[in-house]
Structure formats: structure tokens, C-alpha cells
Design a protein around this ligand. Structure first.
Ligand SMILES: [Zn+2]
Ligand SMILES: [Zn+2]
Length: 394
């Protein structure tokens, strides 16, 4: 136990020593916001830094130019521990989700651990994961067999308070296209087939269905094509829906019902229906309690209070969900200011300057300390894997 304390102290000290370098990384990414799949500056900087510190870097993995994998080997054997970095920004409001901090937290923790890894059994992997804000970079990477060699995958995201647990919704985006038949809407309405009615009836059917769905289900739609002129019976109409639920299993059941709503609308109106999925489906996040308990203890040891994740805080969806469904892992949160909401200008402002720096140092330290826990005591990962297996079988 004494040794554990010493090594933890050392990684914390390493992070303090790298303060300037880490602040520069965070500020550079913040000042150069790049959209999903276009994060060339961020991924170049991160891979340059990791390579400079002795990581073996592979760029453009999973067919994504801005994805990367950086590996550092300790003594042979031991676990393979993954830290994930996001670095994409949002249109117009730039780093309003603070992914500059996520990237720097992962990199900072990785560099600090690499300095002590020569005396430890194990391998450290940093995965650069593009396009969280739409695009589902991690879903593609999961499909392309990334992360599978990891014993665990961990990431820390900024939020209004520090929380180790997470809840997110499984999500699928649907496109319903109705094909009807144009006709003069006044002179020959009986010769037309109104595709717009297909869309309207789909909304009505789904609204009728809502009363009989589990309370965690969310269905939200928009009309994307509704016709071109009031005097022409609409030949082509289109609606898009997001369907979400706390569990993938529920989501898949609800999706079948939603498809039936659209099929019924097509049958009733005589229009032809095309059903397509848009983008990649997200699974719900499955944070591993063994791992998050370690992180929580480390945050507390650093004097950082840890709050609770509740449904009342509001739920979205993230591609980190798909990663936590294939290996034990977590997405946890570092607080950057009470009351701040992601995707706002205020949130972006809190992800830079001394506020952002304090947060990233604290999170990098807690994450690095957690990796030390895992390297020093193999029982933790055994327990994490047992929990993962049981959760998958449930
Ligand atoms: Zn976001
Ligand atoms: Zn985010």
C-alpha cells in the first residue's frame, strides 16, 4: 500500500511538472476549433506530443484520418489500459462542450503514467476518437475493431460538477420518405396521392403510441419535406425522427412500433414508404462501478467533491456508450462551474483560462491515480470484468 501511495504521488507530481505543456495543448485546441472528422490540428498536436514522449503512434486508424492510437509499453504482461480523447468542436459555439479539456486530460494522465510505467507491468493506450458531436466516431471505431484489446476504457468530460457515474440514452435516427402522386389539388384531388398525409398520419400514429410507451422513451420528429405548392398534391414528403430509450433492448422494441406507425400511414394514404436510418446508432452508456469507485476515491483524495448523476439532470446520447458496451469503462465528469450547461457560450468560456486549467489538472491527476490503482492491484480489473460480464448477461 505504501508503494501505491508513492507512485500516485509521483504521477500527480509529473502532472504538476507538465503544467505549462498541458495548458498549451488545451489552449491550442480551444483556439483552433475543428468540426467532426476535420480535427487535423488537434490530432496532429496530440500525436506529436505523445510521440515526443516515447509513445508509438498510429494515425488514421479505423479509416478515419483524424483518429489515432498511441501505445506505451511497460514491463511485459499486465493489463492494457485505455484512455480516450475527444477533440471535436461545435459549429459556431466552438468548444462549448469542452472537448479540448477531454483531450488534454487523457494526454496529461498518459504522459504522467508513462514516466512510471517502466517499473510496472502493463500497457497504456491513448485512443484519439474524432467526431463525438455527430458522426459517431467511436461507433465507427468499435465497428472497425478498435478498443477490443483493452482491459478498460476511460474518459473524463467537463460538466457543471464532478460526477463519476453517467446515464445516457440509446439513440437511433430515422428517415421516413413517402412517395405519392402529384395532381391539381383543386381540379383533380382524386387523382393524387398525398405523401404529406403519410407524414402527418405518422406523427398522429406516433403520438397515439406515446401513451403506451415506457416513460424513459423519447421520440422527437421534424418534417423535412412537405410539398412545394398548396395547389399541388404533395408527391414527396419526408420526416425525420430520433428515437431514444435508457436501454438498447427497449429502443429496438420501440423502433419496430415506430416503423409500424409509418407503415400504417403509408397503407392508409396509399403512398409508398421508404425507411432509412440516418447516421450511426448510439448504445446507452454502461459505466463500470468498480472503475468509477476508484476514480471517485481519487477525486476525494485530491479534495474534489463528487456529486451524483440523476435522470433529473437531463439525458442525452453519446458514442462513448458503444465503447462501454464492449469493454469495462466509464465516461465521468469534472466540474467546471455550478449551473453551467454544455453547448452554451458560458460553458465554452469556462473551458479555457485558469478555470479550465484547474479542472484539467485535477481530472488528469484523478485519472492517472486510477490507472495506478489498476496497475498495482490486478484484482480491481478482475472485479471490473466480472461486473461487466454480469451486466451484459442481465
Ligand atoms: Zn457535446
Ligand atoms: Zn461533449
Amino acid at each position: 500500500m505504501d508503494n501505491l501511495g508513492n507512485v500516485k504521488n509521483q504521477v500527480v507530481e509529473n502532472i504538476d511538472l507538465m503544467n505549462d505543456e498541458l495548458v498549451n495543448i488545451s489552449e491550442y485546441i480551444f483556439a483552433n476549433p475543428e468540426l467532426a472528422f476535420d480535427e487535423y490540428k488537434a490530432s496532429t498536436l496530440l500525436t506529436d506530443v505523445l510521440a515526443k514522449h516515447g509513445f508509438q503512434v498510429e494515425k488514421g486508424i479505423a479509416g478515419l484520418e483524424t483518429a489515432f492510437k498511441a501505445v506505451y509499453h511497460g514491463q511485459p504482461g499486465g493489463p492494457v489500459i485505455g484512455l480516450l480523447a475527444e477533440y471535436d468542436a461545435l459549429p459556431e459555439i466552438n468548444h462549448a462542450c469542452g472537448h479540448n479539456l477531454i483531450a488534454t486530460i487523457a494526454t496529461g494522465a498518459a504522459l504522467a503514467i508513462s514516466k512510471v510505467l517502466k517499473e510496472q507491468k502493463g500497457t497504456l493506450v491513448v485512443y484519439g476518437t474524432p467526431a463525438e458531436e455527430g458522426g459517431g466516431g467511436k461507433v465507427i471505431m468499435v465497428q472497425e475493431k478498435c478498443f477490443r484489446e483493452l482491459d478498460c476504457a476511460m474518459m473524463i468530460h467537463p460538466a457543471d460538477e464532478t460526477i463519476v457515474d453517467d446515464i445516457s440514452l440509446a439513440n437511433e435516427n430515422l428517415v421516413f420518405t413517402f412517395h405519392g402522386k402529384a395532381a391539381h389539388a383543386a381540379a383533380f384531388p382524386h387523382k393524387g396521392i398525398n405523401a404529406l398525409e403519410g407524414v402527418i398520419q405518422t406523427f398522429n400514429q406516433i403520438n397515439a403510441l406515446r401513451g403506451h410507451l415506457p416513460s424513459d422513451v423519447r421520440i422527437h420528429g421534424i418534417v423535412t419535406k412537405g410539398g412545394v405548392a398548396t395547389n399541388i398534391v404533395t408527391e414527396l414528403a419526408e420526416a425525420k425522427f430520433s428515437v431514444r430509450a435508457l436501454k438498447r433492448k427497449t429502443l429496438d422494441e420501440v423502433l419496430e412500433k415506430v416503423y409500424n406507425c409509418a407503415k400504417a400511414a403509408a397503407l392508409a394514404t396509399g403512398s409508398k414508404l421508404e425507411i432509412a436510418k440516418e447516421g450511426l446508432g448510439y448504445d446507452e452508456i454502461m459505466n463500470n462501478n468498480v472503475l468509477t469507485s476508484l476514480l471517485k476515491a481519487n477525486f476525494l483524495q485530491l479534495g474534489e467533491p463528487v456529486g451524483e448523476r440523476t435522470i433529473e439532470q437531463g439525458l442525452g446520447s453519446t458514442d462513448m456508450g458503444n465503447v462501454t458496451q464492449i469493454v469495462p469503462g466509464f465516461q465521468s465528469y469534472i466540474g467546471i462551474g455550478k449551473g453551467l450547461a454544455t453547448h452554451t457560450v458560458e460553458f465554452a468560456n469556462a473551458c479555457t483560462g485558469s478555470n479550465g486549467h484547474q479542472a484539467l489538472l485535477k481530472a488528469a491527476k484523478a485519472l492517472a491515480m486510477t490507472v495506478i490503482d489498476l496497475l498495482e492491484n490486478p484484482q480491481h480489473l478482475e472485479n471490473a470484468k466480472k461486473e461487466f460480464k454480469e451486466a451484459k448477461e442481465a
